[in-house]
Unconditional design. Structure first.
Length: 421
């Protein structure tokens, strides 16, 4: 009897340790996310005459169906045409991506050697321009993107205002296709508002999220670029933190991305993201912790918190399972959360409704018709919950390979601009 009671006390102790660590984690992002409602971030970027010469880089693999729309939108930039050049790096293609891109007006760059990830493509492409005096900065896009006409203009403003790296506003070109594409859109809208915009307002650093960002060539020359994980964007953000390179969030520099509409594609993509995040934790966690304590660096703390997200999400599942077990065994816990959870269905209903209201706010803030995305408003919770088994798989499985996602959603720039007016 004594042994059983001692074992149960240990379980309760373990529960409280995990619970309070997870609660602290959630409160950290909740409190810092409130800075998204401030406006002082806009004051940090001033208007400047065109000065930056851009090499616009597009890594493309079997993207012949969508790449023309991207190139057309880039050719329509409200920026001097002699100050940017569009380059397409077609890698591992089995279709006519290169021919279509050349016909649309882009220049082609060769992709040599073994290329397994987008990071590999960018590494060798950056190297081609390091001695090129006619390039000041790189602008990076995915082949399925469409770019707002003012993107380069706004990024020039950011670079001329003193920033060396800048992330744009990631929007969606297929937000209303189905609940899944809408959930992706909502996920990025939340990242834009509660993280990137909030960090910009706080005077901290935004995060690179894969596409629609710019980096000065001098940063690559100084710090290098040699990604070793599946998520080169998160890895580069960590490197910027360690090297005290602040990343700006440029809200007016908009990129429209195509999101998956098939759950299998979403599963594979998010599995790569989660595994890459864990790889970044293993590779950069120690250096981030050192930077936190040595320099009291908030940006490094941000990145460390982001990298442990898969672990925290799995821990949240552990908390729910333990609470259910305690309730079944009649064990009373003394914290408020456990008391509320004991109310059963009411707890989950209230939590879910708060999430729905937040989703409505975010969609309206981004000028989306809530009526057109109702399925995403109500099923976004499912999108988040399905991340838990993905993270479990990534924690136990060593090797996760990059798998391509097909893109075929053709939307022209004029239609997107009309949608957001």
């Amino acid at each position: 009897m004594w042994k059983a009671e001692c074992c149960m006390n240990n379980l309760v102790y373990i529960y409280y340790v995990i619970f309070y660590l997870s609660l602290t984690y959630g409160l950290f992002f909740f409190v810092t996310g409130l800075w998204g409602f401030a406006r002082n971030g806009r004051k940090q970027i001033k208007e400047h005459a065109p000065k930056t010469r851009f090499a616009v880089l597009i890594a493309a693999r079997n993207e012949e169906k969508v790449i023309t729309n991207l190139i057309d939108s880039l050719k329509k930039q409200n920026y001097p045409k002699d100050m940017y050049t569009i380059y397409v790096i077609a890698n591992n293609c089995t279709d006519n991506t290169a021919g279509v891109a050349k016909k649309a007006g882009a220049k082609l760059l060769p992709c040599e050697g073994v290329v397994k990830t987008k990071g590999d493509v960018l590494k060798q492409t950056y190297a081609r321009f390091l001695d090129n005096d006619e390039v000041d900065a790189f602008a990076i896009f995915d082949a399925d993107n469409i770019v707002d006409p003012n993107f380069l203009k706004e990024m020039n403003n950011a670079l001329c205002s003193g920033f060396n790296v800048a992330e744009g506003n990631r929007d969606s070109k297929n937000v209303a296709d189905n609940w899944l594409s809408g959930s992706y859109s909502l996920f990025y809208y939340m990242q834009n508002f509660f993280f990137n915009k909030a960090r910009m307002n706080m005077g901290l650093s935004a995060a690179i999220n894969g596409t629609g960002f710019v980096v000065k060539k001098s940063v690559i020359i100084k710090n290098g670029f040699d990604p070793v994980t599946l998520t080169e964007d998160s890895e580069f953000t960590a490197q910027c933190s360690i090297n005290n390179e602040r990343i700006a969030y440029v809200e007016k520099a908009i990129t429209y991305d195509e999101h998956p509409v098939r759950f299998k594609d979403s599963w594979n993509q998010r599995k790569r993201w989660s595994k890459g995040t864990l790889q970044c934790l293993r590779t950069y966690g120690g250096r981030l912790i050192k930077n936190i304590f040595k320099n009291s660096d908030m940006t490094s703390l941000d990145m460390l918190m982001m990298f442990i997200a898969p672990i925290v999400q799995v821990a949240s599942l552990f908390i729910i399972v333990m609470l259910a077990g305690f309730k079944y065994m009649g064990i009373q816990l003394m914290d408020l959360f456990s008391y509320i959870f004991a109310s059963g269905l009411l707890f989950f209903v209230v939590t879910y409704l708060i999430g729905v209201l937040t989703n409505v706010f975010i969609f309206k803030f981004n000028k989306q018709s809530v009526k057109e995305v109702l399925s995403s408003v109500f099923l976004f919770a499912l999108f988040i919950v399905t991340w838990i088994p993905i993270n479990v798989v990534c924690l136990v499985k060593k090797d996760i390979t990059w798998k391509p996602i097909s893109h075929d959603r053709n939307v022209d720039m004029d239609k997107l601009l009309n949608r957001n007016n």
